[in-house]
Design a binder for this molecule. Structure first.
Ligand code: TXA
Ligand code: MG
Length: 336
């Protein structure tokens, strides 16, 4: 854990308009103050992230969130009370205080109050909300420790506030809230489940409906690939397929993939894939989520040519689905 001096240094850099890597309970974020468009632009350039993908704004008080949206209604209030601080991002109509650089030109903004004490303390002391995407290069594996962030941004010399390992390990649930029609739509699954949100809303007797149809415009961050490790990840949905069979199929199918999909490079080791490191995850999805990104990074450095995960039929339920959302995007190949 950092001492007071490091916290002060982070605040000083943020005040000056620099980007700083900060711990949250989900994954590390690459943060900048929201009131300086130049600082926010630095997030995109440091991450090499395209400007069409909007950033989440992090607050330490509900009052701050209310100023950033024009529609803080009963649904947002209820979900905020139930899940903040915590891994829930609410997408709401943005107010004038939110620059369109942050929202990638959308008229909505993603708002979240993280629960990591250092993140809260930092935002509190700075007194300004922070825009922050995950602290990784665009399309790469998200960081769940300060070391992972250093691996991503060693060259860029980004200051990292070390808050230990992330407790949750996968990114927040992103939910679009349409107060006018009482509709909600999950744009990205995460630790806060739809069932949890339904319970909270029902306990207040609110009218609401979860819908699934969202347009590309409402969720521009949805790409085919994301979170990719440095060597190819192969997911086999067939537990009976042998390692040798997987190798043959992988080598046949990998060469046929394009070298790049939606701006994200598909890694194809020279000489093909001769060895695969097997990714093992805990039976409990809470533990599996915490370990997932770290394991991807560890195996990517194990000297093997690829990573193999056998999906087990018992891995069902909303939290496993949230993890598989990431895993399938991180994978170069899905063998079904
Ligand atoms: O847990 C998290 O959410 C982490 C930590 C650092 O807070 N942040 C994070 O940010 O995962 P990022 O940028 O890697 O992912 C944010 C996702 C993107 O897919 C983005 O498209 C979506 O949220 N998003 C942000 N604002 C949005 C908006 N106004 N409308 C729709 N989607 C939005
Ligand atoms: Mg990300």
């Amino acid at each position: 854990m950092p001492d007071a001096q490091e916290l002060e240094r982070a605040i000083k850099l943020l005040r000056l308009g620099e980007v700083v890597a900060i711990p949250t309970e989900t994954v590390y974020g690459l943060a900048a103050r929201i009131d300086m468009p130049r600082a926010v632009e630095k997030i995109f350039t440091t991450k090499e992230r395209p400007f069409f993908d909007p950033l989440i704004v992090h607050v330490s008080h509900v009052d701050q969130a209310m100023k950033l949206t024009t529609e803080w209604g009963a649904i947002a209030q209820t979900l905020g009370e139930a899940f903040w601080p915590g891994p829930l991002t609410m997408v709401l109509p943005k107010s004038e205080e939110v620059s369109s650089v942050i929202t990638a030109g959308l008229d909505t903004v993603g708002l979240r109050m993280p629960s990591h004490p250092l993140a809260l303390e930092l935002i509190d002391q700075l007194g300004i909300p922070l825009a922050a995407p995950s602290a990784n290069k665009f399309g790469k594996t998200s960081p769940t420790s300060a070391f992972h962030v250093w691996q991503e941004f060693e060259k860029e010399n980004v200051f990292i506030l070390d808050g230990g390992e992330c407790d949750i390990g996968i990114e927040s649930t992103v939910v679009l809230v349409k107060q006018k029609t009482n509709e909600l739509a999950i744009l990205r699954r995460g630790y806060v489940l739809q069932a949890d949100m339904e319970d909270a809303l029902k306990s207040r007797g609110l009218d609401f409906k979860f819908v699934t149809a969202v347009s590309k415009k409402e969720s521009p961050g949805h790409l085919k690939h994301h979170y990719m490790p440095a060597i190819p990840l192969v997911v086999s949905e067939k537990t009976e397929m042998t390692h040798a069979e997987v190798l043959i199929r992988t080598n046949t199918e990998l060469v046929n993939l394009p070298n790049e999909i939606e701006g994200i490079k598909i890694v194809k080791p020279e000489g093909g894939i001769r060895t695969l490191a097997v990714l093992q995850l805990a039976d409990d999805p809470v533990v599996a989520a915490r370990e997932f990104y770290g394991e991807l990074r560890r195996l990517a450095e194990s000297g093997q040519d690829g990573i193999l995960f056998y999906r087990q039929p018992i891995q069902t339920g909303e939290l496993w689905e949230a993890l598989f959302d990431r895993m399938y995007k991180a994978a170069s190949l899905i063998l079904s």
